[in-house]
Design a protein around this ligand. Sequence first.
Ligand code: HEM
Length: 206
Amino acid sequence: MTAQRKWQLWRTGVFLAALAPLVLWSGQVASNAAGPEPGRYLLLNIGLGGLWMLLLTLSLTPLTKLTRWKGFALIRRQLGLWTLAYASLHLLSYALFILGLDWAMLGSELIERPYILVGLLALIGLVALGATSNRWSMRRLGKRWKPLHKLSYPILGLILLHFFWGVRADLGEWTLYATASALIMATRLPPVARRLPRLRQRLISA
Ligand code: HEM
């Protein structure tokens, strides 16, 4: 098998793995296995799926530094776009199942649940990143591309705030995601980032 074919298979495998949860949840809703509130079931699961996608995307740079495996870098754009896809479907589930497409309800909803505005801000940020993740934008933006895409860090913060604000009772799950986010962000701190390649050397020689 040629190297190109191997990477193509890897990317297709990642695509199918990212699509699988959506197929699974839709199947559960279709077969009445999604509990008494299937719309809410979809909304919450897809929201969490979006957070997972963003965390996975942000893990790829430290993983590449640690392993030097090209495969991680090859799926960065794809997972970034999956984050946007999940976030958009989360908004769609909200519009369909919570608002029932009754846009007049939106005003009172925003007063009652202001965390929705925080989610919306995060989604706008994800759209900006998705729209500039192609080669043409990379070339046009040049040196500004990297700082722009570091917007993903405050976006992660907004999503955690949106999640925290929306959850009123059990904060255990939120704490797990916040801890994972803090660990992933810590790998970007210069003293930690510098040590990652050295850690790799140590792991190889151990
Ligand atoms: C367009 C803007 C958005 C709207 C209208 C929206 C709406 C909502 C609503 C209504 C909830 C349910 C809160 C509850 O009652 O427990 C929720 C939860 C959540 N949303 Fe969003 N959201 C938006 C953007 C986002 C984005 C961009 C993400 C991440 C990619 C996200 C991730 C989450 C997560 C992780 C939860 C908590 C799920 C859980 O409790 O299991 N949301 N959102």
